[in-house]
Design a protein around this ligand. Structure first.
Ligand code: IPM
Ligand code: MG
Length: 377
């Protein structure tokens, strides 16, 4: 084996909108862990979106496909925005984030929701509701209504148009994401809440039956309960601290995770990991991205919050690289920067000084330097 084969390969794909700006800060953070903590990783930057489309006719050019194919982990920025109009829908579809999730079979999407007391003023929820909130939404990411066939828009005999999609789940698609949730729960507070709409939908009836069966067969030690999705949405706002791990379908997870984001202070704070199946070498492909999206209204201004991306890098250190101590260090550095008052515009109290994207990166890097010195790392 040469030394490169021991290196974890990381593709950095900033993409569109604020994606490249926030990913640039994550790149600086990764540089710190390589230089100061000896984390063995090889970074490869690649382009995605309008810029490569104008140059090559593809939103996902060949070089980026290669970088992502060979990567153990992809640090993804964002996709989409008003410039979408300049790229025909067919070209977009060919290289879309959805098709990438599918291509790499990234079926388990982890979205942690942690309330940060320092951000109490920038969330619409009351401080007492947010006290102690710390849970993870495990969203099924490669099946369900997002991918089900048949789908389309057709014209009926009477001239009306009819749009249709298909929600569908197989036993294995349900079981593998439920397994991910149970395994995660065992490393936390050992509680899983499965969310469905089993009072109406057959896919949800099957979902619930399979989750219950898997629980009985392999995870009887984990506490399990079930909520209908409408009730779950209400409970996330009413008493979010009741949750530890929540597992749900693709579309329910999409909706509930935006709702739950408010319990963490800002959508700009939310990281995510999308994990594929474990292969015969015990490796699994993973894509790490902030949940916030491309935010075209503030793109290019250097004011976006990079913490969602930076916290996604912490997830990568923990889940792909097995560097738990370094992941904790990075999360504590973010906390420390926030506690010391570092705020980008989206989380700033009225009258507070607003840091630029790069200044927030600086704040996290100096917290890392200070903590590493204090802890003798
Ligand atoms: C998300 C996003 C995506 C989704 C969009 C951009 C297709 O909302 O990751 O939550 O719906 O999955
Ligand atoms: Mg979403």
């Amino acid at each position: 084996m040469n030394s490169r084969s021991n290196m974890v390969k990381v593709a950095l794909v900033g993409g569109e909108g604020i994606g490249p700006e926030v990913t640039a800060q994550s790149q600086r953070i990764l540089g710190w862990f390589i230089a100061k903590r000896g984390v063995a990783m090889a970074l490869r930057k690649a382009e995605y979106g309008l810029i490569p489309y104008l140059a090559t006719g593809r939103v996902l050019p060949q070089d980026t496909v290669e970088a992502m194919d060979e990567a153990d982990a992809i640090v993804w920025g964002a996709t989409g925005g008003p410039e979408t109009k300049e790229v025909p829908a067919s070209a977009r579809k060919a290289g879309s984030l959805l098709s990438l999730r599918r291509k790499y079979d990234l079926y388990a999407n982890l979205r942690p929701i942690v309330a940060n007391p320092a951000l109490g003023d920038s969330t619409p929820l009351k401080a007492e509701v947010l006290q102690g909130v710390d849970f993870v939404i495990v969203r099924e990411l490669t099946s369900g209504i997002y991918f089900g066939e048949p789908r389309g828009i057709e014209t009926l005999a009477d001239g009306q148009r009819r749009g249709f999609n298909t929600e569908q789940y197989t036993t294995e698609q349900i079981r593998r994401v439920a397994r991910a949730a149970f395994e995660l729960a065992r490393t936390r507070k050992n509680k899983v809440c499965s969310v469905d709409k089993a009072n109406v939908l057959e896919t949800s009836v099957l979902w619930r039956e399979e989750v219950i069966a898997l629980h009985r067969e392999e995870f009887a030690d984990v506490e399990l309960n079930h909520l209908y999705v409408d009730n779950a949405a209400m409970q996330i706002v009413r008493e979010p601290r009741q949750f530890d791990v929540m597992v749900t379908s693709n579309i329910f997870g999409d909706i509930l995770s935006d709702c739950a984001a408010m319990a963490s202070g800002s959508l700009g704070m939310l990281p995510s990991a999308s994990l594929g199946p474990v292969d015969q070498f015990a490796r699994r492909k993973a894509l790490y991205e902030p949940v916030h999206g491309s935010a075209p209204d503030i793109a290019g201004k250097g004011i976006a919050n990079p913490l969602g991306s930076i916290l996604s890098v912490a997830m990568m250190l923990r889940l792909t690289m097995n560097r738990r101590k370094d992941a904790d260090l990075l999360e504590r550095a973010v906390d420390s920067a926030l506690t010391a008052g570092a705020r980008t515009a989206d989380i700033a109290e009225p009258g507070a000084r607003k840091l630029s994207t790069a200044e927030m990166g600086d704040a996290v890097l100096s917290a890392l330097d200070r903590m590493a010195a204090e802890e003798g790392l």
